[in-house]
Design a protein around this ligand. Structure first.
Ligand code: FAD
Length: 443
């Protein structure tokens, strides 16, 4: 895979591949402890990325990163709640995060990712990370099972070999090590696609609801729209549905999107009179996870470890949390000269349990779960279900919701299968996540 001989060989403590939220988080927290970190990002920032809605539990990682003053001073819209609209247009009462947890962490943000990711990367630099843009990692160097560094093509075209005690793969859905070591397990249930665009002058709520994410079920109940208010009077509006439904035997992305909007009165009313300001973006977003979070000398964080359907906006939280957990394991390991899989991956089980909880709530929604109905039947569990929505995923208390949820199942319904319960190899072989970015303006 290596295209040219390295012209320079250097040493560092930790190399991070990718400058998205997971890479910035891990690198900042490792540099905070005084270790030498080099981060390589193949793009020049600011660059477009999807994933605009944050959830409140990101607060605690942002606090450790010293990002809170920057977030507070930014133009990002304040988000206090999430609201669900059912296929027949019925609105659930908003789930206000503050009512559940009266703390400033309950106000989060709707971010434009090109701006947020640049802030995070510059913040990493301020903490001592040596971050390179336009620098593509070509290969991870392995000695047997152990990662010992990377070969990277720098912006000027030269290739450098960087030896490191630990390599952190934060390359997002590119998944450098996931692909090389064949670690990916496709989720058997979550096979979705998305089409989205950006609008100016669409309907905006006011006051406490100004920044709410609204999740609007499609009329056939197979999918949902995200309605995310951004700054500068913009709205991000996308439709998510089963991949085959959205992309097989349909027209262009524009035609399919417009057909779905046409069928959804709530969405149609919200964008009546608004102006579309970008082309149509599309993605296949099959959910997946890796069978391991780490090996000797290497660690996976963010989407390079796993991707979960975006229904509850958990992607950036999971990128931040895995970046944080990995950084702690790495700095503890470096301090005692232990970069074994057991040390570097000692947080994997905790992360997986948290993702399992969010995944279960996602699967329940696609199988007909109604937040409104649940809260009507179990008003005392409103807080617990809100805990899940804010991303408080790593404590057993949230498991209180599953048994009551099952009592609302109809006779034929069973609990969703686990993410690693198996996918037909022929189906798995044909899966690939792709992103289509249109020409022209991008947020
Ligand atoms: C349709 C959709 C909607 C979503 N909505 C939300 C949402 O509302 N809220 C939310 O929290 N999440 C959302 N997500 C998820 C979110 O986008 C991701 O989970 C998040 O961006 C993961 O961050 P990351 O740092 O792991 O990866 P990324 O942000 O993808 O960063 C990876 C970086 O690695 C770089 N890279 C890749 N290969 C190399 C290489 N070889 N060398 C150097 N650099 C490399 C890339 O250029 C990239 O900048 C959504 C996802 C989808 C598909």
């Amino acid at each position: 895979m290596v295209t040219a001989a390295p012209v320079k060989v250097s040493e560092t403590d930790v190399v991070v591949i990718g400058g998205g939220p997971a890479g910035s988080t891990a690198s900042t927290l490792i540099a905070q402890k005084g270790y030498k970190v080099r981060l390589f990002e193949r793009e020049k920032f600011p660059r477009f990325h999807i994933g605009e809605s944050l959830i409140p539990e990101t607060y605690w990682v942002l606090e450790r990163l010293n990002m809170l003053p920057k977030m507070k001073a930014s133009k990002f819209v304040h988000k206090h709640s999430v609201q669900f609209v059912s296929a027949n247009g019925k609105l659930s009462a908003p789930f206000y995060f503050y009512d559940n947890k009266p703390h400033e962490c309950s106000q989060t943000w709707q971010v434009v990712r090109s701006e947020f990711d640049l802030m995070m990367l510059n913040n990493a630099r301020e903490h001592g990370v040596n971050a390179h843009e336009g620098a593509r990692v070509l290969d991870v160097i392995m000695e047997g099972e152990k990662a010992t560094g990377v070969k990277v093509q720098l912006e000027d075209g030269t290739v450098e070999q960087v030896n490191a005690k630990v390599v952190v793969d934060a390359s997002g859905q590119t998944g450098m090590l996931m692909n090389r070591l064949k670690l990916r397990t496709w989720d058997p249930l979550l096979n979705k696609g998305a089409i989205w665009t950006y609008w100016e002058g669409a309907y905006r709520d006011t006051g406490r609801d100004e920044g709410a994410t609204v999740v609007i079920q499609t009329e056939n109940k197979q999918g949902w729209f995200w309605y995310i208010p951004l700054h500068d009077n913009r709205i991000s509006l996308g439709v998510v549905a089963p991949f085959d439904y959205l992309f097989k035997g349909r027209g262009t992305h524009e035609e399919t999107y417009n057909e779905e909007v046409e069928k959804c009165t709530v969405v149609k009313q919200r964008i009546a009179g608004a102006k579309r300001v970008t082309g149509y973006f599309a993605t296949r977003d099959y959910s997946y996870r890796c069978s391991r979070v780490a090996g000797d000398g290497w660690v996976l964080v963010g989407d390079a470890f796993g991707f979960l359907d975006p229904l509850y906006s958990s992607g950036v939280l999971l990128a931040l949390k895995s970046g944080e957990m990995a950084a702690d394991a790495i700095t503890d390991g470096l301090a005692k000269n232990d970069v074994s899989e057991a040390q570097l991956g000692n947080w994997g089980e905790k992360l997986n349990r948290g993702i399992d909880r969010m995944r279960r709530l996602v699967c329940e929604y696609y199988e007909g779960f109604s937040f409104g109905n649940f809260v009507r039947n179990f008003p005392h569990l409103r807080g617990r279900v809100t805990d899940l929505l804010i991303g408080d995923l790593f404590e057993d208390k949230v498991d209180e919701v599953w048994d009551p949820m099952e009592t609302l199942y109809n006779e034929t319904k069973v609990a969703p299968r686990m993410w690693n319960s198996g996918t037909d190899p022929e189906i798995a072989a044909n899966k690939v996540n792709e992103l289509f970015i249109p020409e022209g303006a991008k947020p």
